[in-house]
Design a binder for this molecule. Structure first.
Ligand SMILES: Cc1ncc(COP(=O)(O)O)c(C=O)c1O
Length: 383
């Protein structure tokens, strides 16, 4: 009889995390070593040097690989280090198609750093799959999408885009940071690579940066292992430990984030000071049905239009419980101003094209008591 696959929450706690062999410690220790004693020349115990492998990082990579349903995972020092590592698959002359509404730092590294090495980028609204088909060229090697997008919460049909890519021999990578593998499984929908800023929901406690690439082929695994070894932008043992610890509670945290996100979005949709709410869980969201189909929840990322920079600033200054801060995905409610924070780098014109106004605020709803979150938002909105 085939062995039944363990559930998500069980795998988050156990996969990659066998008790330690020497003592039976149930938590993976932080292996603080830069090198490993070798038994003879050419004979080691599976580890040579910590830039290549570290048992704490190995455990984390196995855990994240299991949760995303990939074949290998490769942890980096930040989400940006992971994206940059992914782009080392490209060669001068290659073309990449990217969602037009990605994290501002992604577009910055593409346009201001990697374009200098002869890569070209086309940005399209990938929530319309036909735009991806139209943007592909003979030299296109990768399509990179974020769904939901940051901060406008547009949804891209992963399966439709994967089919378009595969028909032309192009790989699809999905930034799954906003939902985590608990709420969205891009590989099951056809993605070739999943990436995360693990700084966000996977860590969940706003106490460590990190990034990961999860692969589906041995060629990608060889490539990213080689990049880890050559360029060295790997996740440290301590950060790997923090992330493993965070991931153990991913399922319960994401369930609560989802419950709180829906309640806060409903509250905001009925508030007179809020001109528009961007949340895939609301029935008037243009891709609500798609979100229902391809996600197993709507998550807790919400953007709101308040009308002007002054109103956004007044709201931000009045917050008592939620923090005005960059980042997202922590247990605490975090609120950011995309125009001056996450999307400052793309310039006023770029923001105008995407609808990122000076009055837009992005809320990462935490897992505090939802009545307290709503009461704080209410008093901050009502003035
Ligand atoms: C969706 C998304 N991708 C990537 C990144 C970059 O990750 P990091 O800040 O860990 O380098 C971020 C950061 O905010 C993000 O929101």
């Amino acid at each position: 009889m085939a062995e039944k696959k363990l559930g998500f929450a069980t795998r988050a706690i156990h996969d990659g995390q066998e008790p330690e062999k020497l003592t039976g410690a149930v938590n993976v220790p932080i292996f603080l070593t830069s090198t490993y004693q070798q038994e003879a020349i050419g004979k080691n115990r599976g580890h040579e040097y910590a830039r290549l492998t570290n048992p704490t990082r190995d455990a984390l990579e196995e855990s994240l690989c299991s949760l995303e349903g990939g074949t290998s995972a490769h942890a980096f020092a930040s989400g940006m280090a992971a994206i940059t590592a992914m782009l080392t698959m490209m060669k001068t002359g290659d073309h990449i198609v990217c969602s037009d509404n990605v994290y501002g730092g992604t577009q910055r590294v593409f346009d201001k750093v990697l374009a200098n090495y002869g890569l070209t980028f086309t940005y399209v609204d990938t929530s319309k799959a036909e735009n991806v088909a139209a943007a592909l060229r003979p030299e296109t090697k990768l399509v990179h999408i974020e769904t939901p997008t940051n901060p406008m919460m547009a949804i891209t049909d992963i399966r439709a885009v994967a089919d378009i890519c595969h028909a032309k021999g192009v790989e699809l990578s999905v930034d799954n940071t906003f939902l985590s593998p608990y709420l969205q499984q891009p590989i099951a929908l056809g993605a070739d690579i999943v990436m995360h800023s693990t700084t966000k929901f996977l860590n969940g406690h706003s106490d460590g940066l990190g990034g990961v690439l999860i692969c589906t082929t041995p060629e990608q695994a060889d490539r990213f292992r080689f990049v880890q070894k050559c360029t060295g932008g790997i996740l440290s043992p301590f950060e790997s430990y923090l992330l493993l610890r965070g991931v153990k509670t991913l399922a319960v945290r994401m369930r609560q984030h989802d419950v709180n996100g829906r309640a806060v979005a409903d509250f905001l949709a009925g508030h007179r000071a809020v001109k528009k709410v961007f949340y895939p869980g609301l029935k008037d969201h243009p891709q609500h049905e798609l979100a229902k189909r391809q996600q197993s929840g709507f998550g807790s990322m919400i953007s709101i239009e308040l009308g002007s920079l002054e109103q956004a600033n007044e709201f931000a200054k009045r917050l008592r419980l939620a923090f005005l801060a960059e980042s997202l995905g922590g247990v605490e409610t975090l609120i950011c101003h995309p125009a001056t924070m996450t999307h400052a780098a793309i310039g006023a014109e770029g923001r105008a094209r995407l609808g990122i106004t000076d009055g837009l605020m992005r809320i990462s709803v935490g897992i505090e008591d939802v009545a307290d979150i709503i009461s704080d938002l209410d008093q901050a909105l009502s003035g």
